[in-house]
Design a protein around this ligand. Structure first.
Ligand code: PMP
Length: 429
């Protein structure tokens, strides 16, 4: 039989660079042919050959209810009939802003945009405009979208500013970003001591899902909050991935339980708040948000911002995940997946460590959970790739790279998880 995935991949490569519209989809890290998705429903998608997969990516996080949830589909269908886009304000934007603010006490005002990249870029501009400073800190292994200032790796010493990781990013832009190791309190203190007075902002993924799944330790987050306050730098939590995915109060809610009074100055959201439609947001302190145009001098705008179909999709999604018991059930399901995988790995003698929160998980072919990017990258790459393909062949779709997190949706059943564990038994046989 003709492999239609392969056929489509070749056709795509003629007209789309690398055949994909976002690099990780090309399977470069793991090798092989990307699966072209024909359709999806619940916890599954079907590829161009008609093969069914249990989907543990869910569009990289947004599909927390699974694909095609009837209430969300209905809300979107209703919205579509009212119009696709107006470029003028709508009541639904207010409803979504109110829903977000009700769930996240650190957000007093919020602005809607269309992608996480846009939200992160805008939040950083706002922090710079508010503080009147230029320098920023990001952490190695965290991803905040592909804005120029964020495509940066560490310089040669901890106190030196960054170098571009992408062609096309001017060195002058990268020089305003200091890249520090994640979970390293000493490096953080040293950076603030040297540059604290010039720092506009520190941006961090509280649970870093772009190096698989690494939590910021509580002492690290606590010290980070203290230092930002002491030096007048704004703390931005990038919750594009963790927001309404790890729990209804997001990752910041977890840290607020451990650190009395903990709150970021700004939060960046995406993925789940759009339920699979292009929608993201940034928000936080009212005095900071007041610096945004049209009130203040920090410019930010968008033709499709607050899109009426996307906001309908996001609102319906937030409504469903706000039902009592939603996250308890999702967390239990996710835990049963990762603990099950761990049990299989232990039986097969595979070095393995796991973590999860809400509907987000990470597993590592490492004996202990890593604390930073360097430790994540000690994973045996070829062993991960073999496992990935063995699972894929059996109809289980995990992320096609060892540094990506995984996602469980409310549509995944115990039977799906049992089938996944049986596939892992085979993969490691
Ligand atoms: N921040 C984080 C934490 C992300 O995981 C991502 C995307 N995976 C982004 C920002 C960028 O979002 P988008 O892809 O919607 O631009």
């Amino acid at each position: 039989m003709m492999d239609r995935n392969q056929f489509l991949f070749e056709r795509a490569q003629a007209v789309i660079p690398g055949g994909v519209n976002s690099p990780v989809r090309a399977f470069r890290a793991v090798g092989g042919t990307p699966r072209f998705v024909a359709r999806a429903q619940g916890a599954y998608f079907w590829d161009a050959n008609g093969k069914q997969y249990v989907d543990y990516i869910g569009s990289w996080g947004p599909m927390i209810l699974g694909h095609g949830h009837p209430k969300v589909v209905e809300a979107v269908q209703r919205a579509v009939l009212e119009g696709f886009s107006f470029g003028a304000p709508t009541e639904r934007e207010i409803e979504l802003a109110e829903a977000i603010i009700k769930l996240l006490p650190s957000i007093e005002q919020v602005r809607l945009v269309s992608s996480g990249t846009e939200a992160g870029m805008s939040a950083i501009r706002l922090a710079r405009g508010f503080t009147g400073r230029s320098l920023m800190v990001k952490f190695e292994g965290c991803y905040h979208g592909h804005a120029d200032a964020l495509l940066v790796k560490a310089g040669s010493g901890l106190a030196t500013f960054g170098h571009p990781t992408s062609a096309g990013v001017p060195a002058e832009v990268a020089q305003h970003t200091l890249v520090l190791p994640y979970n390293d309190v000493e490096a953080l203190e040293a950076a603030f001591q040297t540059h604290g007075d010039q720092l506009a902002t520190v941006i961090i993924e509280p649970i870093a899902g772009n190096m698989n799944f690494v939590r910021a330790s509580v002492p690290f987050m606590k010290r980070l909050r203290e230092l930002c306050t002491q030096y007048g730098a704004l703390l931005i939590l990038d919750e594009v991935m963790t927001g309404f995915r790890v729990g209804l109060s997001c990752a910041q809610g977890l840290y607020a339980q451990a650190i009395p009074g903990f709150a970021p100055d700004l939060t960046v959201l995406g993925k789940v708040i759009g339920g699979g439609m292009p929608l993201a947001a940034f928000g936080g302190r009212r005095d900071v948000m007041a610096k945004l145009a049209p009130l203040g001098g920090v410019y930010q705008a968008g033709t499709l911002s607050g899109n009426p179909v996307a906001t309908a999709c996001g609102l319906a999604t937030l409504q469903e995940i706000s039902q009592p018991g939603f996250f308890e059930s999702l967390s239990a399901k996710t835990r049963s997946l990762v603990q099950g995988l761990k049990a299989v790995a232990d039986r097969r003698g595979v070095p393995f460590s796991i973590d999860s929160e809400g509907g987000m998980f990470g597993f590592f072919l490492l004996p202990q959970l890593p604390q930073n990017y360097q430790e994540v990258m000690k994973t045996d790459g070829p062993a991960f790739n073999r496992f990935f393909h063995a699972m894929l062949d059996q109809g289980v779709y995990f992320a096609p790279a060892l540094y990506e997190a995984g996602f469980v949706s409310a549509a995944h059943t115990d039977a799906d998880i049992a089938a996944t564990l049986a596939a892992a038994e085979q993969a490691w046989a």
